[in-house]
Design a protein around this ligand. Structure first.
Ligand code: HEC
Ligand code: HEC
Ligand code: HEC
Length: 413
């Protein structure tokens, strides 16, 4: 073989490849997405439904703004405290006051106490000085910066006289609690097991949503095209949902299946399936259902994704709201813990079934709504569903659940 034939051979190879390169570029176009509009019905309106408080908690941290409230200094008070123990007994169980003390502590005569904090049934025998108890309850951060206890006084959940009543009550507690039923005892309480079949349409109302999603897939939008016009075989998409959420460079944030549906539909069929609408949930359920049985596999190879996961982890650890709790303060890994009668789900196992039907609310919730709710429950302002902060949390949760099997639509309490 001489030089000339080698060179012309090379030339043939290069020329032969050129069209392929062009075709290859054409074969993987950028996924069409609406990039300008928000994916929800703007301006964002806070929820009005049952127990969705709309108080503005702007003086406390949320996932976007960090407001570091000053830690109280130790207060000298007149002791022994002259409080009203009867009133104190009422206050410790008052759910309207940040869930009450029994959300986390065992105390006598309460049904279903939680066990995040120590059992205080005999605290009156521990010889804790009144002044110490007052200050600990007022703002435990002055003793322990990582305390798991809300700063009841400093965050205006109880005023000073109420805390004195609580101290007076605590000092009367000397006998171990006798639980009326075994389930009142958080150490014996059985962990709730969901026995209903989430894919049985008689058990899970979200199965109707799945049907709607399948129907919408072939329903033409304003541009006279349906999803099916471009995706003739929906089964081509059968692994996709298991790889979501993803960092989307054009939006500079992580988007989940739900936001993808809104933005992709607007850009292709023209249909407006805004966040948390019936149609959006239906298509999100359908796309995830196609991937049922697949293991969650988030590609963590690029730097943007890694940065988002890191931010998500930090957000999980940020104390937020008037109650001053981080996600990880409640979602404790591998330890059986209860807040009141509610079992705190370990972090693995809390992602693969979303969107999920919640029997207690009679509604389907996507993952973003669940995170919004957990924020409101600690009295922190929620963000719009497509907030980048939620994207970071979602991708972090999804990576913790890498390898879990997708099972949608979920069904739970
Ligand atoms: C969200 C959970 C939570 C709630 C609600 C809560 N606590 Fe606590 N509490 C804890 C934890 C956890 C500790 C253990 C130490 C720490 O993290 O600061 C604790 C510790 C204490 C202690 C110190 C016990 C000791 O060893 O001296 C007292 C007293 C106390 N809590 C009283 C209360 C009172 C009174 C209320 C209601 C006004 C309350 N707690 C509500 C979680 C909670
Ligand atoms: C006008 C054509 C068109 C229509 C209509 C269309 N898509 Fe797409 N879709 C695309 C293109 C192009 C891509 C990117 C290339 C690919 O993955 O096939 C894509 C990709 C996707 C992906 C994979 C995204 C990824 O990151 O790889 C999903 C899921 C999807 N489409 C769902 C839908 C759904 C649901 C609808 C209806 C709301 C829809 N598509 C309507 C053209 C379309
Ligand atoms: C005050 C305690 C508390 C805090 C703080 C909290 N959660 Fe929750 N979370 C709960 C409870 C209770 C549930 C319901 C458990 C159940 O479904 O039985 C829950 C459920 C969830 C679920 C659904 C689990 C499932 O399997 O369906 C997700 C996801 C979740 N929380 C995420 C978060 C994130 C993210 C944060 C931080 C922004 C957070 N939570 C903060 C108490 C909390």
């Amino acid at each position: 073989m001489n030089l000339r034939t080698t060179l012309s051979g090379l030339l043939i190879i290069i020329v032969g490849y050129l069209p392929h390169l062009v075709i290859a570029a054409e074969m993987s176009p950028e996924v069409p997405l609406e990039l300008e509009k928000p994916s929800y019905s703007a301006p964002w309106q806070r929820y009005t439904g049952r127990r969705w408080a709309r108080t503005d908690w702007k003086n406390f941290s949320n996932l976007r703004h960090e407001v570091l409230t000053p830690v109280s200094t130790y207060q000298k008070i007149e002791t022994p405290i002259k409080g009203n123990p009867e009133n104190g007994k009422k206050l410790v169980a008052d759910r309207k006051r940040g869930g009450g003390c029994v959300a986390c502590h065992i105390m006598p005569d309460t049904a279903m106490p939680g066990n995040i904090g120590p059992d205080l049934s005999t605290i009156g025998a521990w010889k804790r000085p009144d002044e110490f108890l007052f200050n600990y309850i007022y703002d435990a951060r002055q003793f322990n910066p990582y305390t798991n206890m809300p700063p009841w006084g400093a965050h205006n959940l109880f005023h000073q006289d109420e805390i004195k009543d609580i101290v007076a009550y605590l000092q009367t507690l000397t006998e171990p609690t006798h639980f009326k039923t075994p389930t009142d005892d958080p150490t014996k309480r059985p962990v709730p097991v969901e026995t209903r079949d989430n894919l049985d349409e008689f058990e899970n109302p979200a199965m109707f949503s799945l049907e709607l999603g399948e129907e919408l897939f072939s329903t033409p939008g304003p541009k006279n095209q349906s999803c099916q016009s471009c995706h003739a075989e929906a089964t081509e998409l059968k692994t996709w949902a298991a790889t979501m959420p993803k960092f989307e460079t054009r939006l500079n944030k992580v988007i989940g299946v739900e936001e993808f549906v809104t933005r992709h539909a607007l850009a292709t069929t023209g249909a407006e399936y805004l966040a948390q609408s019936k149609q959006n949930l239906a298509l999100a359920i359908y796309l995830r259902y196609l991937a049922n049985g697949q293991t969650i596999a988030i590609d963590q190879s690029d730097a943007n994704t890694q940065a988002a996961i890191k931010r998500g982890k930090a957000l999980m650890e940020r104390k937020i709201g008037q109650i001053n709790r981080a996600c990880v303060d409640c979602h404790i890994t591998n330890v059986k813990k209860w807040i009141r009668g509610q079992y705190l789900v370990p972090r693995k196992g809390m992602y693969e079934h979303f969107p999920t039907y919640r029997t207690s609310r009679g509604a389907i919730w996507d993952i973003r709504k669940r995170i919004q709710w957990c924020g409101v429950s600690v009295r922190a302002n929620e963000l719009p569903p497509d907030a980048p902060e939620y994207g970071d949390l979602e991708i972090y949760l999804a990576t913790l659940n890498n390898g879990q099997i997708l099972n949608v639509p979920g069904l739970g309490h």
